[in-house]
Every structure is written in C-alpha cells, then in structure tokens.
Design a binder for this molecule. Structure first.
Ligand SMILES: *[C@@H]1O[C@H](CO)[C@@H](O)[C@H](O)[C@H]1NC(C)=O
Ligand SMILES: *[C@@H]1O[C@H](CO)[C@@H](O)[C@H](O)[C@H]1NC(C)=O
Ligand SMILES: *[C@@H]1O[C@H](CO)[C@@H](O)[C@H](O)[C@H]1NC(C)=O
Ligand SMILES: *[C@@H]1O[C@H](CO)[C@@H](O)[C@H](O)[C@H]1NC(C)=O
Ligand SMILES: *[C@@H]1O[C@H](CO)[C@@H](O)[C@H](O)[C@H]1NC(C)=O
Length: 205
C-alpha cells in the first residue's frame, strides 16, 4: 500500500515537473562562478565584474547582472528606453555605456551610483535630459558622453548648458537638432540665455 502511494506520488511529480524525472540533468552547464546574463560575457577583474553585452540585439537591459558589476557595456543594441531603475542594485558601478542604441527616454537617476565616473550615451535618440537624471553627480563624472543625439536646446536643457562649459565632459559632437533656429549649432556655442521655450516670441517681434 505504502509503496503504491509512493509510486503514484512520484508519477504525479513527473507529470507536474518533468525536470525531476528527465534522465539527463537539465541544469545549465555553465561552470562560471559569477552569474552572467544570457548573451553577455562577464569577466572577473579585481574589484568586480566587467559585463559586456554589446551588439546582442537587446531591446531591454539584461536581467541577472552580477551585483558586483563595475562596468556594463550594452552599446550597439536596440534599447529605446534606458531604465536606470533596473540597475539600482549595482552599487559598485563605475562605468556604463549605452551608446549606439535608440534611446529617447531615460528613467531614474544616475545619482544612486556613487562610484560612477563615466557614462556614454552617445549616438542615441535623446532629445532632452532631466536634471534629476544626473542629480549632483554631473560634476563628479569624468565623462558624460552625449555626442550624436538630436538634442532639443530649449528651456528644459538650459540646466545642462549652465552646468557645462567644456567639451571634455560631454564629448566633441554635441549639437542642437531643435528648436529649428538652433539646429546644427554646437551645444556649447549656444549661450545658456538662448535655451528658451518661448522662442517663437523672439521670432515674431
Ligand atoms: C563577483 O561576484 C561573484 C558572485 O556573484 C563572485 O563569484 C566573483 O568572484 C565576484 N567578483 C569579484 C571581482 O569580486
Ligand atoms: C541581430 O539581428 C540581426 C538581424 O536580424 C542578425 O543578423 C544578427 O545575427 C543578430 N545578432 C545577434 C547577436 O543575435
Ligand atoms: C540571446 O541569445 C540567444 C541564443 O544565443 C538568442 O536565441 C536570443 O535571441 C538572444 N536574445 C536577444 C535578446 O538577442
Ligand atoms: C535588488 O536586490 C534585492 C535584494 O537583493 C532584490 O530583491 C531585487 O529583486 C533586486 N532588484 C533587481 C532589479 O535586481
Ligand atoms: C561657464 O561660463 C560662464 C561664463 O564664463 C560662467 O558664468 C559659468 O559660471 C560657467 N559655468 C561653469 C559650470 O563653469
């Protein structure tokens, strides 16, 4: 009787969880100690993990990143949103590259990454960046690369122009795409006073 119940129980288990009864272990064969997201490579370098996910057709930031990630490269993918909130657990992050994606929306703030010293957002579809994205971190960064984005140099980006005077921080190819009368102008060549939202007033005086 006991044996019969046991057998039935195992049979049920097999139906519900085929993994339990499959003849070959189905666990991943990875021998890596560091957990690493699919389609990324992770390298243990003194101090943390360097995670490279570039050119993998990703449409979202990878999940399962090592908590000790110090550098994360997701360049050359297809991200349309940069959800920084997704990375808040990575308290050791020092460098982040999201260049060459299709990012137009940035959610969350970089200010939570107290060890961050470089971020590359070049060659995306970024039109504007809220001041809260950088918080008070901007002046601490060695690089906040913004080249090759269709920036809208209106009042919403005035804060950035007031915070930055040299190309070293933002990169060499930072241009305004809008408003129309500033299109093609170098971001740093436009005086902060010209970053307006009521520019039509000026045009029709
Ligand atoms: C990063 O964390 C993983 C565990 O998730 C560990 O195996 C690895 O040794 C750590 N790397 C460094 C450089 O501390
Ligand atoms: C990305 O997509 C392109 C086009 O569909 C394909 O040719 C390429 O192999 C993909 N790359 C990867 C790493 O999956
Ligand atoms: C990740 O890699 C697997 C196989 O290597 C592939 O089938 C999958 O499409 C990749 N995922 C993305 C988002 O490119
Ligand atoms: C962050 O870490 C906490 C605690 O370890 C975990 O519950 C949460 O799911 C993590 N969030 C992300 C986005 O990885
Ligand atoms: C940039 O230069 C202007 C004019 O020289 C100055 O008023 C402003 O304080 C400078 N901003 C920074 C962040 O250095």
């Amino acid at each position: 009787m006991r044996k019969k119940i046991g057998f039935a129980a195992i049979l049920w288990l097999c139906l519900l969880l085929p993994v339990v009864c499959s003849p070959v272990p189905t666990t991943t064969s990875s021998t890596s100690l560091t957990r690493c997201p699919r389609n990324c490579t992770c390298e243990d370098i003194a101090g943390g993990a360097v995670v490279d996910c570039k050119g993998q057709n990703l449409t979202a930031l990878p999940t399962g990143l090592p908590l000790n990630t110090t550098y994360l490269n997701v360049a050359y993918n297809s991200l349309t949103k940069l959800k920084l909130t997704h990375l808040y657990n990575l308290t050791k992050l020092e460098g982040l590259s999201v260049s060459n994606n299709d990012i137009s929306v940035i959610k969350g703030s970089l200010k939570y990454f107290s060890n961050l010293n470089q971020v590359d957002m070049s060659t995306n579809m970024i039109q504007t960046v809220k001041e809260t994205v950088f918080g008070n971190l901007l002046q601490k960064l060695r690089l906040a690369e913004m080249s090759d984005n269709p920036l809208n140099c209106d009042c919403h980006l005035k804060w950035l122009r007031e915070a930055v005077n040299n190309t070293e921080l933002l990169g060499n190819n930072v241009y305004c795409a809008n408003p129309p009368h500033l299109s093609g102008k170098r971001f740093l060549d436009v005086p902060s006073a010209d970053f307006k939202c009521n520019y039509y007033d000026d045009l029709f005086i």
